[in-house]
Ligand binder design. Structure first.
Ligand code: GDP
Ligand code: MG
Length: 297
């Protein structure tokens, strides 16, 4: 097929924390790629999913939720959000039907860029169809520049249609990434650290998940097993004690849950070692942030 018929472009999913962006990315990709938890701000990096079909390539990215910066980590997270505005061809602004808050500043910026914008009302699986219809009408008149859609990322309602409409608007372009079956430009290490981080978000409360970073020290593929050594960094000794728990019970649970998901994800038996270390105030330390991959490029 000639390149003139081929379409390719970058589609960015944005929205407030908890809108369902990571769930939508997974639904669009049809594969578990981004981590999903009920807590906000679990997505710190941009996560890219590449959807390849014969006649198109869509590069999706999920961004950290839009937040007001309170510390250096937040500042870096927001720089990813801003960066994602520049290089996208099409935007999906996702709204949780049950939290109808809109960041109008971001919508305004997209309007200035003159790029197609979908406003997708999410979680309609739990909502009253009439109320959803009314809200859709309201958004259609409030934002005449946008295409308003209603979806359930979780139950994959309206998501295939969303892909079809995106493909219609996609620019004619050759593929940006090789069209083999690699799903993402992120390494296995990245996904492994995201899976471990997801388990930490699910198993601990309050500030613990936010004070935590996972660093994969070793990822070694042996004949019939992958050996992974991961370090979980926290900011203080007290947090380390909570993370480990009585007789190491808590961290053991995280290890077991993580290993199961990692094995499923990479399709191989895994030996996973978790070590907890203190890295004093890493969220305020530029050098540490660089090391953990929060680099601005
Ligand atoms: P993000 O912060 O925008 O990436 O949101 P997530 O994808 O992590 O989802 C946040 C929460 O909303 C999770 O508990 C999801 O299971 C839930 N969620 C996402 N999409 C839907 C949906 O379509 N319907 C329902 N009922 N829940 C959803
Ligand atoms: Mg997310």
């Amino acid at each position: 097929m000639g390149n003139s018929e081929h379409k390719a472009g970058f589609v960015n999913i944005i929205g407030l924390p908890n809108a369902g962006k990571s769930t939508l990315l997974n639904a669009l990709m049809g594969e578990k790629m981004a981590i999903i938890t009920p807590k906000p701000q679990t997505t710190r990096h941009r996560i890219i999913g590449i959807l390849n079909e014969d006649n198109y390539q869509i590069v999706f990215s999920d961004t950290p939720g839009i937040v007001k910066p309170h510390n250096k980590l937040h500042e870096k997270m927001m720089s990813f959000v801003r960066g994602s505005l520049q290089d996208a061809d099409i935007f999906i602004y996702l709204i949780d039907f049950f939290n109808q808050e809109i960041d109008e500043e971001i919508i305004e910026k997209i309007k200035e860029l003159k790029r197609p914008l979908f406003i997708a009302i999410n979680k309609i699986d739990k909502a009253d169809a009439n109320e959803v219809g009314q809200y859709k009408n309201k958004l259609t008149s409030d934002f005449p520049c946008a295409f308003v859609e209603t979806i359930s990322a979780k139950d994959e309602i309206g998501t295939a249609e969303l892909i079809e409409k995106i493909v219609e608007l996609l620019p004619h372009h050759a593929a940006f990434y090789p069209k083999d079956d690699s799903l993402s430009d992120r390494s296995m290490r990245f996904f492994v650290s995201e899976i471990i981080r997801e388990k930490i978000f699910l198993n601990y409360r309050d500030e613990i998940p936010y004070a935590t970073e996972v660093f994969i020290e070793n990822y070694v593929e042996k004949e019939d097993i992958v050996v992974i050594n991961a370090v979980i960094f926290v900011e203080r000794e007290t947090q380390k004690a909570i993370l480990i728990g009585n007789n190491g019970k808590a961290i053991k649970k995280v290890g077991i849950e993580s290993r199961k998901d990692i094995e499923e994800f990479i399709g191989s038996k895994v030996f996973l070692e978790l070590v907890v270390k203190v890295s004093k105030n890493w969220r305020q330390d530029d050098q540490q942030l660089d090391r953990f991959g929060y680099k601005i490029n």
